[in-house]
Design a protein around this ligand. Structure first.
Ligand SMILES: [Zn+2]
Length: 353
């Protein structure tokens, strides 16, 4: 394991090899689900790149030099960290080129163009890269195209579909997979998010490989809703009108703050998506396909997989609409209506595990 990072050995190896051969790219786009450790990975990589003791081709920061200590404390003068400000849904351009009074004299693009204060390079980490708009992406393009010597810029987002083509074409994509159930289980206990092994097991199975989603499910109200909700997501029991009423009430119970309600709705959407992702994994095993062939039901099985994919697409779309501040009640109603249509198109029952 590298630097306490669980579950991303292939990514570690990729960076180790590029550094060893002096072929490190200047800009990366880390993509993968939330809560799998992309940000932590980026910070550790920055620490290694800025360490004053490790050699130029080393991925091992010493952890003790001034540079390492400052990077770990989030205070390194050559490390810029930016992300979505609280309450905002778009990365503002001032993060990159300074505000009106300090245009091109402040911000990430200015900082990274300056001579490093402590070492040989500067590093920038941009969280929430799903939230660029054309204006903020345009501010960054020139820096991505012609980065200063040695500079490394790491953008962190969730999926390719949420990135602008201008960003995609100028960065090297690095994919982070969901964490294995066993890794999540271990981390939940290590970080004392789960109170015991039983809860850790339950959360690990339900969270779709994301530690952040697992932590959200610790909320007893959300967990209880999950247990009540998911058995209703099968064609014979699905009643979109009744579910919409129940879920809108549940979201409103999160409190007066818009952000709390948005977070609860996001948790619901992700909970349903994780459930179907789990079904997809169990439906697409070779044994499953083999028994389907033997029973002459392959067609039916393929139909089930298509439906699950359609449901997953629709859940992702709903999450994007939520980010765009769509009306939450209409979003829920339309989402459930569309799921009802998907269920209605095929009579096959979804097995509950
Ligand atoms: Zn060091």
């Amino acid at each position: 394991m590298w630097q306490g990072i669980h579950g991303h050995d292939a990514v570690v190896e990729r960076f180790r090899q590029s550094l060893k051969h002096g072929r490190l790219a200047a800009s990366f786009l880390f993509l993968g689900p939330v809560g799998v450790g992309k940000h932590l990975f980026a910070v550790k990589l920055a620490q290694a790149l800025l360490c004053q003791q490790g050699g130029a081709g080393s991925l091992e920061p010493c952890g003790q030099c001034d540079s390492c200590l400052l990077a770990l404390a989030g205070n390194h003068p050559d490390l810029d960290l930016v992300g979505l400000p609280t309450g905002k849904r778009i990365l503002p351009i001032k993060l990159f080129v300074g505000d009106d009074q300090h245009r091109h004299r402040e911000g990430l693009c200015y900082n990274i163009s300056r001579r490093p204060q402590m070492g040989k390079r500067r590093v920038a980490i941009i969280d929430d890269a799903d939230h660029f708009n054309h204006a903020s992406a345009n501010c960054l393009l020139k820096t991505l195209e012609e980065p200063p010597a040695g500079a490394v810029i790491i953008l962190i987002g969730t999926s390719r579909g949420r990135q602008l083509p201008t960003i995609l074409s100028r960065t090297q994509t690095v994919r982070f997979a969901p964490l294995e159930d066993e890794t999540v289980r271990h981390l939940l206990l290590e970080k004392q998010i789960a109170s015991d092994a039983t809860q850790a097991d339950q959360l690990a199975l339900a969270c779709g490989g994301s530690l952040r989603k697992a932590a959200a499910l610790v909320d007893p109200e959300l967990w209880e809703m999950r247990q009540r909700l998911l058995p209703q997501f099968i064609p014979s029991r699905f009643d979109s009108v009744r579910l919409a009423k129940e879920l809108i009430a549940f979201v409103n119970q999160a409190g007066k703050e818009a952000e709390a309600r948005r977070q609860r709705l996001r948790s619901l959407l992700q909970m349903v998506a994780n459930h179907f992702r789990h079904l997809l994994r169990t439906a697409s095993t070779p044994e499953d396909a083999e028994s389907a062939i033997l029973e002459g039901s392959l067609e039916q099985n393929a139909c089930k997989i298509d439906e699950i994919l359609a449901i997953l697409d629709r859940c992702l779309e709903a999450e994007i609409q939520l980010d765009r501040n769509a009306n939450q009640a209409s979003l829920l109603e339309c989402w459930l209506d569309d799921l009802a249509s998907i269920f209605a198109a095929c009579p096959h029952e979804f097995a509950l595990k």
